[in-house]
Design a protein around this ligand. Sequence first.
Ligand code: E4P
Length: 218
Amino acid sequence: MKFFIDTANLDQIRDAQDLGVLDGVTTNPSLMAKEGISGQENVLNHYKAICDIVDGDVSAEVISTDYEGMIKEGMALAELNPKIVVKIPMIKDGVKALKYFSDQGVKTNCTLVFSAGQALLAAKAGATYVSPFIGRLDDISTDGLDLIEKIRVIYDNYEYETEILAASVRHPMHIIECAEIGADVMTGPLSAITALLKHPLTDIGLEKFLADHAKSNS
Ligand code: E4P
């Protein structure tokens, strides 16, 4: 499973990249705003800075909600760097834009996906990635992971090449369960990724090893 980090914070992206397990980055307008990035030029420069840090795909979301606007904005984003994946919302004009970009060979990430039907449409339109938001589904007392399972079955039935990018991941168990189901990618905060390495028995075991080593070398 590929690991993407879901942030526009350059320090966190560098930390995840340094860990050696990072495959890409996802951003969204809220995450860009959180970093205080505003204005067309600053936004584009920030995406370029992210691309300079990571080796893999970097999702950059369009703000337009009409077909022509999404095409214009998406093409400008895609021209920034070959790593850029144009992130398109799951709306009617978005589906049309996904098809356009797919025909042009531009990578896309269909975002704000909350149902299997939406995921099916995204795959038919040729999206590179589909982003079901599992955490936000859990937030409203539904089962986000159940949606990942359903999409996995549908995509396998018809051998769709669209990759399932489990988004809105909130904690390490989301990552583990997505891996069990067979999500192609997960995107989450740095805290969820680094939480995977923690186990109390590892800490206790290491303390004992080091103490025994110190005793026999004193
Ligand atoms: C995905 O691409 C989104 O940026 C993100 O995962 C949304 O996560 P949130 O529900 O924690 O805001």
